[in-house]
Design a protein around this ligand. Structure first.
Ligand SMILES: Nc1nc2c(ncn2[C@@H]2O[C@H](COP(=O)(O)OP(=O)(O)O)[C@@H](O)[C@H]2O)c(=O)[nH]1
Ligand SMILES: [Mg+2]
Length: 492
């Protein structure tokens, strides 16, 4: 077998496991590349059948080893170029699941001459063969890693091309402005009028950006796209919500309730959760990393102290803090201290959702005083904090209201209250390029407004057009592509 190093951009027959290696009913092995169907036929029990199969059809047979031994009973889906995911001849082998079966089929393919695929190489080839633009290629990865239904919906929007269309639309506007600008410059040169040499012509060109309203519209649409990124990131990467409060306030109970499973130890002894424990939950479609912390209180126990210290660090990183008041005890000095100490931390009071837990035992006092008073500690509430939400981690009262509040706060913090799924940016790469295009365009508009000549404005417009071309991949370099696709998983 010829040995050469695999690289992005070749058309070698490649194979990879597309499903997880583990005990399962089925496993899927993907193959693609030049002559890949011929190569596959060499290790298949019915080679003529496979070679004669039309595209988008399925053949049944055995994968056969070098010594003619039966490796596995499989179904092979045949795809013929160019109507395939990669644009090349491809086949998906559906074999038995389980580590041994899938591995044996894969090894047989390797010894037949297939090489292991690189990360994201199937999608890379699809991109190279014009099957999808870069935003769609990136959305494939987003889709695979989507943690919630909503994250999936947003990725699917991009996969179906909403972002690519919006980028192309904005780019068309810019190209039109650029064309008008260059036409003007050419025309002036043809006329033998040098803008620089003749002050009156320079004045004429100054401030006269052709199709200025189009450029302004393009800038507005780029800014909307840039803003969408925070919201998209919230759905793709999620947020950190930390449950805090005094020992025994009911933090672990709330954590478990939100998880809908008993994951952390719930007891009556203060300080049981010595360190923090966390889990991902979906709150109204937003992936939320929920953390249950050690109770915040003065302690002499070194292990417990460490837990409390870590909890504080976690609080500083939190997007939201669900602060529980033990309703049975009311607001105590320790609660009050927590809020007073906020002033010394980077925690903003807007990040706090105040909860009155154990509302099944004691309801929220009708009148909550703005300041802690020694006479009525139960009714004291620090200023700037909205009234507490009554909940019961035992009966579930107030939990729907709480999840709605969490979602609303996180969406508000991500800058966009609307839950509309429209064209949005899915990756940091896209965001950088949109920012760069917007910056160039903004500078072009500012210069034009300041009366600067068009020959210094045109290059800025061109920079903007190029940045947008890079987003969809019309303009791209090999190393950018390699870096991007190497973050994909094998078999994608
Ligand atoms: N009645 C009532 N008891 C609760 C509620 N939430 C927690 N508890 C009880 O309060 C005690 C301490 O709860 P836990 O979740 O361990 O508190 P943590 O120390 O803040 O984690 C346990 O006995 C819980 O069953 C609630 O909403 N109502
Ligand atoms: Mg606890």
């Amino acid at each position: 077998m010829a040995l050469h190093s695999a690289e992005y951009g070749d058309t070698d027959p490649m194979a990879a496991l597309a499903t997880l290696l583990g005990e399962s009913a089925l496993a899927i092995i993907r193959t693609s590349g030049k002559n890949s169907l011929e190569l596959l036929a060499e290790v298949f029990s019915r080679p003529e059948k496979l070679l004669a199969a039309p595209g988008n059809s399925v053949v049944h047979g055995w994968i056969i080893g070098k010594d003619r031994s039966k490796i596995d009973d499989v179904l092979i889906s045949i795809y013929r170029a160019p109507v395939t995911y990669t644009g090349e001849d491809s086949a998906d082998i559906s074999c038995h699941g389980g580590i041994a079966a899938a591995k044996a089929v894969l090894e047989t393919l390797y010894s037949a001459g297939f090489r292991p695929s690189l990360h994201g190489e199937f999608t890379f080839r699809a991109f190279m063969n014009g099957k999808l633009d870069l935003t769609r290629a990136e959305s494939v990865m987003e889709l695979v890693s989507a943690k919630t239904g909503r994250a999936r919906e947003h990725a699917v929007q991009r996969l179906s091309g909403t972002l690519a269309e919006e980028i192309s639309g904005v780019k068309e506007l810019l190209v039109q402005v650029l064309a008008g600008t260059e036409l003007y410059l050419d025309y002036s040169e043809d006329d033998g009028l040098s803008l620089a040499a003749d002050p009156s012509d320079a004045a004429e060109a100054a401030g006269l950006l052709p199709d200025r309203p189009l450029a302004e519209e393009a800038l507005k649409r780029l800014q909307t796209l840039a803003e969408s990124y925070r919201r998209e990131r919230l759905y793709a990467e999620g947020a950190l919500a930390v449950i805090a409060g005094r020992p025994n306030a009911g933090k672990s109970s709330l954590f478990n309730l939100l998880l809908k499973e008993d994951r952390s130890i719930v007891t009556d002894i203060p300080g049981t959760t010595r360190d923090w424990i966390e889990a991902w939950v979906s709150i109204e479609g937003i992936p939320v990393r929920l953390a249950d912390t050690a109770g915040l209180h003065a302690s002499e126990d070194p292990v417990e102290k460490l837990g409390i210290e870590r909890s504080r660090t976690l609080l500083e990183e939190a997007d939201l803090i669900l602060y529980l008041i033990d309703g049975a005890e009311g607001i105590t000095t320790e609660d009050h201290e927590f809020f007073t100490n906020l002033a010394d931390s980077n925690i903003n009071t807007t990040q706090i959702v105040l909860l009155w837990n154990k509302a099944d035992l004691v309801s929220v006092p009708e009148k909550i005083l703005p300041q802690l008073t020694t006479e009525s500690p139960v009714q004291a509430l620090p200023p700037d904090i909205p009234a507490p939400l009554p909940v019961s981690a035992r009966t579930g009262v107030g939990i729907p209201e709480l999840t709605r509040e969490i979602a609303a706060r996180l969406e508000q913090a991500s800058g966009d209250g609307s839950r509309e799924v429209s064209a949005g940016l899915g990756t940091a790469r896209q965001k950088e390029l949109v920012d760069s295009a917007a910056a160039s365009l903004n500078e072009a508009l500012t210069l034009a407004a300041a009366g600067e000549p068009l020959d210094i404005i045109a290059p800025l417009l061109r920079e903007g057009v190029n940045a947008l071309g890079e987003i969809t991949g019309e303009v791209s370099t090999a190393d950018i592509l390699e870096t991007m696709f190497s973050r994909f998983c094998i078999g994608k």
